[in-house]
Structures are given as structure tokens and as C-alpha cells.
Design a protein around this ligand. Structure first.
Ligand SMILES: NC(=O)c1ccc[n+]([C@@H]2O[C@H](COP(=O)([O-])OP(=O)(O)OC[C@H]3O[C@@H](n4cnc5c(N)ncnc54)[C@H](OP(=O)(O)O)[C@@H]3O)[C@@H](O)[C@H]2O)c1
Length: 313
């Protein structure tokens, strides 16, 4: 049996629990595509799993995390409905479970989770797109606001927040975004119409600018109740850490999980086209060899990373 290298942990803990292991090569089953991974993005969901903040759902160690992969198709499973071919350069969203995750030399995923990488971009750049791009798409589809609405985004300098700003602009909305002084230029470059200081005062500043409140909000910074005052009566705030329910004035927290769009090849391929058209920008903070996964996690957890750190496989 052939083996591949992956980055894994057996017990949850600090970044140093991550280490290189060997696992049997995954196979492409019916409906699946086997990718020789070249790049895997490092996201907060990976660090949260690593510290044990996510229930492994009965899956046994070793655990491999990572929800974004880009690489080359090595095999296509039998009876798989796809127009992709062996050798194509692709990106995929990976829903991790046990030893199935993107931090690996090879990963087999449903063909519906795979799309070509945007033309002219590196594997590292492509790996920044699937998970957070699809989550931003899901956030906007959840708000379901008519073009011309006003949407506020927190955490706008982050990966998810940044894509949310860009896709909201592409959908024809007015976007209010938060930014630290040092991130103002970055958030402006993403197309935000109004930029206000991030943090506790954001909601009050939004209200001052939009006296009735904004039509919808996307809470990439996980500020939760702190931002409710910025929302119009009855507006929806999309949250990404499971918080949901009604607040004052009929303002509703609506929790989204990207797995809802993880098997939607049209949504992923639309993001590919939007990247090619320059609608979304693929931001890479750094590319590190897979052996430095612990360092990548340390840097992400320290905060202040702009663009994604990507592991090279
Ligand atoms: N539910 C899902 O399916 C799903 C999918 C994708 C992402 N997510 C979640 O979405 C969140 C954002 O992910 P990401 O990849 O975009 O992370 P990220 O790139 O680290 O971005 C988060 C941004 O929020 C900023 N921030 C942190 N605390 C803040 C505060 N109190 N006020 C204002 N800004 C603050 C961060 O700034 P600093 O770096 O300076 O701290 C950073 O710019 C994470 O919690 C992630 O787990 C959930």
C-alpha cells in the first residue's frame, strides 16, 4: 500500500501537537476526485479544531484539519459525473473528519466540492478561496437583500470579511465595513463604501451614519450583541460561530455553516470566475512548507495576519 504525508494531531492542544505523519493514500470512490494537494490554507476553524473546540463527532485520531485545498487531479472515481479530468489544476473545499482533511499530500473529495482554479493564479492563491468565498456567498444568500441594500461587515480585513465585502459590492449593495487605522487602505481596496473604526464603537458609528440602521450585517469579527444597535429594526445579522435567535427590535441572529455550500460546484465555479474577473482578490499572507504548520497556527492565533497563511505540500 502506498503512503502519503499529512499534518495531524492525536490529542488536542497547542500548535506543537501538529506533526507530520504517514497515512495510506486515499482513493477516489464513486463520485469522488483524488487531488494531489499543493497548497492548503490555514484558517481559524483549523486552530479551533486543533484546540479541541469542535466535537470530532465520533471520528478517531489521528486528526487532519484543513478545509481548503488546491492541487492537481490525480484520479477520478468510477461513475463520477464531472467534466474535470486527470491533470486539471483544481481547488476544493474539504469538510474534515478524522484523518480526512486538507493538510495532506492527497485528499479525496466529492466531485461537487471541486472546481478549476482561476486562470493565472498560484495554488497558494487558489487555496484561499473555496471555504471563505463560499461562506461569504452563503452569508449574502442568507441575508437575501435586494440590490441597493446597505450591509455592514465586521472583521472586514479578514479572509471571510474581505470576501463578504467584495461579493456584497458585486451584488450591488452599499457596504459599510470596519477597519483598524492600519487596515483602512486594505478595506478600501476591497471596495467598501464607508469605513468606520473597528471594535466596540463600530455599531454606534454605523447608527450615526445611517440613522435607521443598516439592512443586514455579516459578523466576521464575532462581536455578536455588541453590533446589534447598528441593525435596522427586524434586520438579520449573519453569525458564523453558531449564535442564533432574536434580539431587541426583532433583530435576528442567523447562524450559517459553510457545509451547506460544500457540495455546490456551481457556487464554487462562480467564485472561480469572479476571481478571474477581479471581483474577489486572493490574498496570501505567506507560504510555509507543511512541516511548519505549527508556526502557521501560532501566527494565525496571534492575530493581525492579513491574507491567508498557506501550507505548501
Ligand atoms: N461558520 C462557518 O462555516 C465559517 C466559515 C468561515 C469562517 N468562519 C469563522 O469566521 C470568522 C472569521 O474567519 P476569517 O478566516 O475571516 O478570520 P480572519 O482572517 O482572522 O479575520 C478575522 C478578522 O476579524 C478581526 N477581529 C478580531 N476581533 C475583532 C474585534 N473584536 N473587533 C473587530 N475586528 C476583530 C481580526 O483582526 P486581528 O487579526 O487584528 O485580530 C481579523 O481581521 C472565524 O471565527 C471563523 O471561524 C466560520
Amino acid at each position: 500500500m502506498r503512503h502519503m504525508k499529512a499534518i495531524a494531531y492525536t490529542e488536542p492542544g497547542g500548535p506543537d501537537v501538529l506533526h507530520v505523519i504517514e497515512l495510506p493514500d486515499p482513493q477516489a470512490d464513486t463520485g469522488e476526485i483524488l487531488i494531489r494537494v499543493r497548497a492548503a490554507a490555514v484558517s481559524p476553524t483549523d486552530t479551533m479544531r486543533r484546540i479541541g473546540a469542535r466535537d470530532p463527532g465520533g471520528a478517531q485520531p489521528p486528526y487532519v484539519v484543513g478545509m481548503d485545498a488546491a492541487g492537481v487531479i490525480e484520479a477520478i472515481g468510477p461513475d463520477t459525473d464531472t467534466d474535470l479530468q486527470v491533470g486539471d489544476e483544481v481547488m476544493a473545499i474539504v469538510v474534515p473528519s478524522g484523518s480526512h482533511g486538507a493538510y495532506a499530500e492527497k485528499v479525496a473529495v466529492p466531485a461537487t466540492s471541486v472546481a478549476r482554479i482561476p486562470q493565472g493564479v498560484s495554488f497558494a492563491e487558489a487555496a484561499t478561496l473555496p471555504m471563505n468565498g463560499l461562506t461569504a456567498r452563503l452569508a449574502l444568500d442568507t441575508l437575501k437583500l435586494p440590490a441597493g441594500s446597505t450591509i455592514a461587515v465586521t472583521g472586514a480585513a479578514g479572509a471571510f470579511g474581505g470576501y463578504s465585502v467584495q461579493l456584497a459590492k458585486a451584488d450591488g449593495h452599499t457596504v459599510v465595513a470596519d477597519a483598524a487605522a492600519k487596515d483602512e487602505e486594505l478595506v478600501k481596496s476591497l471596495g467598501a463604501d464607508v469605513i468606520l473604526p473597528r471594535g466596540e464603537g463600530f455599531a454606534a458609528a454605523v447608527r450615526e451614519r445611517f440613522p435607521d440602521g443598516v439592512d443586514g450585517m455579516i459578523d466576521g469579527a464575532v462581536q455578536l450583541d455588541e453590533i446589534v444597535p447598528a441593525a435596522k429594526d427586524g434586520a438579520t445579522i449573519v453569525t458564523i460561530r453558531g449564535d442564533k435567535g432574536e434580539r431587541d427590535r426583532g433583530v435576528m441572529f442567523w447562524s450559517i455553516v459553510v457545509s451547506k455550500y460544500a457540495f455546490d460546484p456551481v457556487a464554487l465555479d462562480t467564485l472561480r470566475r469572479q476571481a478571474e474577473a477581479g471581483v474577489v482578490s486572493l490574498r496570501v499572507a505567506d507560504v510555509l512548507p507543511k512541516e511548519q504548520a505549527a508556526e502557521a497556527h501560532r501566527r494565525l492565533e496571534a492575530g493581525g495576519v492579513r491574507g491567508r497563511i498557506v501550507l505548501e505540500f
